[in-house]
Ligand binder design. Structure first.
Ligand code: DGJ
Length: 762
């Protein structure tokens, strides 16, 4: 049994294939943490890890007897314990897990072990996305119920595991049976105490066009936290956090990571205390949050996915990747190959019509594209971004035959059609707003903030969700639209809902997210063949919650490979490449004016969902030929890329040597029969030395045939732009490639690349 309880020692043990997590019911019914790390033999007695000791005795449990007090040197001081879920006002002064107010205004929550059960499944969470077990996968869940010492307030802590995965899924259900309302001000999804401090903390930072940059810094005393109060996950940080041993590399060292399956306001933090222990905590941000839990009601927190790996950051990431792509993402396109698409946004912005779109599709078909995605500007009277959101019917000037007419012509080309929506927003200049000015989010008596001229619909309200659903369902029913790009181009301000009472307004942000999930679930359920791509001004809502509905998310509006490399590298610490919307765009890039070869743009897009974002009629024959090569390569290696293992080889954030910066990564199929190595020399000067890349994850006993695609200057052909060349590199053993490495002579220019196919040969 992977999860078991030892009646004698009162220890709960959760074993995954490579990890062990242990907790203990201590005297006075405290649920304390014992161990999280490498798998330990089931027979081991871990009770000695109770971490007794003084931390300056800030407070002693009131139940402690005189003898224990005198002889125990603070043994039952809550602040001295490693706690699983910490109450408020009871002597633990680190990050609180549960804090709220009872009807008399008191805030003390003293949580003690009450009961537990072990069930053989991974339950879903009502109304919130959560990790699920597939039909053939065994799963177990331990639910430990804590109860307040003096009243009937309960916290049910869930720990779930799924066979074949090392991650542990955690969520908490707060149940109020006190006979009166309990106002929850903070209810975290998880708290993890680790009794060591030799850590670096990894969090993510960014902005629109540069999302999820990696920040790795030594942990410092006090709290390091990232928070969103924007209603969405946002561009500025991410709801994931990693603690890694200071010496941890991609392949070695202890790493603890966690991410939330949630798309709203969050807080992720770690706190190093004065005696060198760390508390990692994740959950809904307490800022602006207050949930009125009536007597008899329950509140379920979003789920956190927690993981440990002693195989470095790479090991940790690959675990998250497997779980997210197979146990979070759903639908037909979780497994099936997704069509290669072309999106018209960078090609036309708002300036398009049916003929132009068909022309783009027709030309893109020549380089292997299978779907056209019509972006913003097809509805209401939208020729710019200041109007029409909420009016999801066709603008006849652009689409005289509506979406059915366009879809028919695209389908006749043997291609599919995708359509852009921004379902959560409303423009003041729209029919919907004129009819329902009270449907947007605003605080009474205040003029609401606009973001890109937009206001946000109050999705806490069923009638508003119904209206948007009905409009979208009509479009999806009238023609076989195969894909939806679900955009959201502003954050939430002026939070307030006319549907909530004054003392429930603190529920607004979470209820908004629940409303959004409800709308998405309804569309996913009724249109199961549609592929969803999420988007929020690029990658402003990149989280595992969204991935439950859309297996891919547009990573960023920045399509320049030099920047994308960093964005996608950062994202890959937690999220699989199958979730990263990534396209080949113009060179020079429209955001940064950097030029880049087709190969550089192609392999960057291939470290994601691969597609195009340009007008093919502006490309020359050479580029189109190279684009076809890239599309064919992507299709050929689709399963290795999307269902294989991903290895980071060289970081785009680091200087490779005095003169160049290189980004390199590798995919290996699960059976290790094929692999793809990719590298981009980001800033160059050819210093004459070979760049050496030790490959990873290959079978050391297999021989691999290497075929390289690379950028080279062909002096016979003018202009001297990079030409996509190919050559055989020979046969090498996996052992040699992983130990002596691949030796490549650096190229001449910036942004020049190589892609190497590795096929096992007998
Ligand atoms: C923001 C997205 O990130 C872009 O790709 C594009 O869809 C625009 N919105 C359209 O308004």
């Amino acid at each position: 049994m992977p999860i078991f309880f030892n009646e004698k020692t009162k220890v709960f043990t959760i074993n995954t294939q490579n990890t062990t997590y242990a907790m203990m019911i201590e005297p006075y019914h405290l649920l304390t943490h014992l161990y999280y790390g490498e798998r330990i033999d089931e027979s081991a007695d871990l009770t000695y890890l109770t971490n007794a000791g003084s931390v300056g005795r800030p407070a002693i449990y009131p139940d402690v007897t005189y003898d224990e007090f005198e002889g125990g040197a603070g043994k039952f001081c809550p602040h001295a314990r490693l706690l699983e879920y910490s109450g408020f006002g009871v002597g633990d002064f680190r990050t609180t897990s549960l804090q709220g107010r009872f009807s008399d205004g008191s805030q003390t929550t003293d949580l003690r072990y009450h009961s537990h059960k072990i069930i053989d499944s991974k339950p879903s969470l009502e109304g919130i996305p959560a990790v699920y077990a597939n039909e053939n996968e065994k799963a177990q869940t331990l639910v430990i119920t804590l109860k307040d010492k003096v009243c009937e307030l309960y916290a049910e802590l869930s720990y779930s595991i799924i066979e074949g995965h090392d991650e542990i899924m955690r969520s908490v259900r707060i149940v109020n049976k006190t006979g009166a309302p309990f106002m929850i001000d903070c209810a975290l999804s998880m708290s993890l105490d680790i009794p060591r401090k030799d850590f670096d903390v990894i969090t993510f930072y960014g902005k629109p066009n540069n999302e999820r940059y990696v920040d790795r810094s030594p942990i410092r005393h006090g709290k390091t936290s990232c928070e969103s109060t924007a209603g969405l996950t946002n561009h500025f940080s991410n709801n994931s956090i990693i603690l890694c041993e200071t010496s941890a590399t991609e392949e070695s060292g202890d790493c603890y990571g966690a991410t939330l399956v949630y798309s709203g306001n969050y807080s992720v933090s770690c706190e190093l205390d004065h005696v060198g222990r760390v508390r990692m905590a994740l959950g809904i941000s307490p800022t602006g949050f207050c949930w009125k839990l009536e007597d008899g009601e329950a509140f379920v927190t979003p789920e956190a996915i927690m993981s440990y790996s002693n195989k470095g950051l790479g090991g940790l990431s690959r675990g998250f990747h497997n779980l997210i792509r197979y146990n979070v993402c759903r639908g037909k396109y979780k497994d099936a190959r997704r069509p290669v698409l072309i999106n018209n946004w960078e090609a036309t912005v708002f300036d398009f019509n049916e003929d132009k779109l068909v022309e783009i599709a027709k030309e893109a078909k020549d380089f292997g594209v299978e779907m056209l995605v019509m972006d913003d500007g097809w509805f209401g009277h939208r020729n710019w971004d200041n109007n029409s959101l909420g009016d999801w019917f066709e603008l006849k000037d652009k689409l005289p035959n509506g979406i059915p007419g366009l879809c028919k012509r695209i389908n006749e080309l043997g291609m599919k059609l995708g359509v852009w929506f921004e379902p959560e927003m409303i423009s003041e200049d729209s029919e919907l707003y004129r009819k329902h000015p009270d449907w947007c989010i605003k605080t009474p008596g205040r003029d609401p903030f606009r973001g890109r001229w937009e206001l946000v619909l109050d999705l806490t309200r069923q009638e508003i969700r119904d209206c948007i659903y009905n409009q979208m369902a009509k479009i999806l029913s009238e023609s076989p639209v195969a894909y939806i790009k679900w955009d959201a181009n502003r954050y939430i301000t002026d939070a307030y809902s006319l549907s909530l009472s004054a003392d429930s307004q603190g529920e607004f942000f979470h209820r908004y997210v629940l409303g959004l999930y409800d709308l998405m679930e309804r569309i996913c359920k009724n249109f199961p063949d549609v592929l969803f791509e999420n988007c929020a001004s690029g990658g402003g809502r990149y989280d595992a919650g969204m991935m439950y509905y859309s297996p891919q998310i547009w990573c960023s509006d920045n399509t320049d490979p030099a920047h994308r490399m960093k964005i996608q590298y950062g994202s890959s610490l937690i999220y699989p490449v199958s979730t990263m919307g990534s396209h080949v765009a113009y060179s020079p890039n429209i955001n940064t004016f950097h030029p880049a070869s087709v190969l550089t743009r192609g392999i960057t897009a291939m470290a994601g969902t691969f597609g195009f974002e340009l007008d093919p009629s502006l490309e020359d024959e050479k580029s189109k030929k190279e684009m076809l090569i890239m599309t064919d390569l992507y299709k050929k290696h689709y399963f290795t890329i999307n269902h294989g293992d991903y290895y980071r080889i060289a970081s785009p954030y680091e200087q490779a040597n005095a003169m160049s910066r290189i980004s390199a990564w590798q995919f290996v199929s699960k059976d290790k029969e094929s692999a793809l190595f990719n590298m981009v020399q980001m800033d160059n000067v050819n210093d004459g030395a070979d760049a050496i890349f030790k490959l990873k994850g290959l079978d050391k006993n297999k021989n691999y045939k290497l075929h390289m695609y690379y950028d080279e200057r062909n002096d016979k052909i003018k202009p001297f732009t990079p030409w996509l060349e190919q050559k055989e590199l020979g046969v090498f053993s996996g052992d040699v490639l992983m130990k002596a490495g691949l030796h490549l002579n650096l190229f001449r220019g910036d942004n020049m690349s190589a892609l190497i196919e590795l096929e096992a040969v007998k």
